[in-house]
Design a protein around this ligand. Structure first.
Ligand code: DCP
Ligand code: MG
Length: 396
């Protein structure tokens, strides 16, 4: 009957890559709470746990389901049989619906550990395990970390010194500004090149934490050696504050065989890339950009802090430049558009349901023993026997 149907109105496909998940959804009261639980579970879980059950992943799945629901949940009965929402999560949802807040979440929000871990993982170059080490050593502020004389990676030094700049949300206009700088430079080196803003911005986000640019050229192989030249130019223009250039070997670049097993948790690919920080001229300023003189790996953290606090005409921004050979472009585009959960399920689905192996480099049909080349994103979805989910609906 009607009432019964209404109560069980939420049926979801098991993999989030089968669902449409917009940025603005109907269950923000719930997802705000589960985001805290998910983050906190990540801070607590040790990396050894990830082979077995992961609470963090379980919460990420709950989040992905809630974000994809076509309506607001108003009664816990509606989600009684919904995939991925277990008993504990249902109790939390019930509490949130009845009380508008959840005790467990409120306790986490007040806890010192959660707040310090959130602060420390916000440092570029510091992952969860570094943050945990800082916390366990008794450090409670960024200043403590800066003062503490332990060996820090160059990335962490920059992350600490430019913490404020790097934690300012990156605006879409800034992403477009960086894209045109890179596009102009690249075009002057190699005409016909394409530069695409991917990551969250491609999924319709208006702010992000970094700028992810895919660089490719229609002529396979033309992109070889390109990144080094782009970086040289960026350096000459004094735009680079810090960077790490991962070159890749020929065999990794020319991916013709069965895709490598992607490491289970990180979905790192083998593209040639640069992860760095640029000093982006403030949009309204006409002053020349003067930033750290080139590779400042020998700069002391004090010099960097002074630089970050000086009156500067630029802001530090995180930028990723990824070189994608044209034959792998659409797989690279899907992988770098994300989001992470969408990628995770896409790969799991390909493996479990189709006996195919998907990575940012390609799709391999293990049954037929062949590689499936793709000339569009739509074709990737077609091979995977999935509806074409546009980027704006991949916000799982
Ligand atoms: N990616 C991934 N797995 C990782 C890192 C990245 O699948 N471990 C993919 C999916 C991401 C994309 O690359 O969506 C870009 O990575 P970001 O970390 O920049 O994530 P977003 O751009 O989605 O978010 P933000 O707006 O915070 O930059
Ligand atoms: Mg990004």
């Amino acid at each position: 009957n009607y009432k019964q149907t209404k109560l069980n109105c939420f049926q979801v496909d098991p993999y989030c890559c089968q669902r449409r998940t917009p940025l603005q959804h109907h269950n923000k009261l719930l997802t705000d709470a589960f985001e805290i639980l998910e983050e906190n579970a990540e801070y607590i879980e040790s990396s050894n746990d990830t082979k077995g059950y992961s609470r963090n992943l379980a919460y990420r799945r709950v989040l992905a389901v809630l974000r994809s629901l076509p309506q607001a949940v108003t009664s816990v009965k509606q989600i009684k049989d919904v995939k991925h929402i277990g008993g504990h999560s249902q109790k939390i949802i019930q509490e949130l619906l009845e009380e508008k807040c959840c005790l467990e979440v409120e306790e986490i929000k007040r806890s010192v550990r959660y707040n310090k871990m959130k602060l420390f993982t916000g440092v570029f170059g510091a992952g969860v395990s570094t943050a945990r080490r800082w916390y366990d050593t008794g450090m409670t502020s960024l200043n403590d970390v800066i003062q503490h004389n332990e060996d820090r990676s160059t990335a962490q030094k920059y992350g600490l010194a430019f913490f404020d700049d790097l934690n300012m949300p990156v605006l879409k206009a800034e992403a477009e500004q960086v894209k045109s700088i890179v596009k102009n430079i690249t075009e002057s080196i190699l005409p016909g090149v394409s530069v695409t803003v991917t990551g969250g911005f491609r999924r319709g986000k208006t702010v992000g934490h970094d700028i992810d640019l895919l660089i490719s050229h229609p002529k396979e192989g033309a992109e070889i050696g390109l990144l080094g030249k782009i970086l040289e130019k960026l350096q000459q223009l004094n735009l680079i504050l810090y960077g790490s250039h991962n070159k890749c070997t020929y065999s990794e670049r020319h991916f013709t065989e069965e895709p490598r097993d992607p490491p289970t948790n990180s979905q790192m690919d083998h593209f040639e890339k640069w992860f760095g920080i640029i000093g982006l001229p403030k949009i309204s300023t006409e002053k020349t950009v003067l930033i750290a003189e080139n590779d400042a790996s020998d700069k002391s953290i004090k010099d960097l802090v002074d630089l970050s606090k000086s009156e500067k005409s630029w802001t530090a921004k995180r930028v990723d430049l990824i070189i994608v050979p044209s034959s792998q472009y659409f797989y690279g585009l899907v992988g770098w558009t994300g989001n992470k959960m969408f990628n995770r399920d896409l790969r799991l689905y390909a493996q479990k349901e189709l006996n195919m192996r998907l990575s940012s480099h390609g799709l391999y049909d293990l049954t037929k023993g062949c590689l499936l080349t793709s000339n569009s994103e739509e074709e990737v979805f077609k091979y995977l026997k999935l509806p074409v989910i546009p980027p704006e609906l991949r916000n799982c």
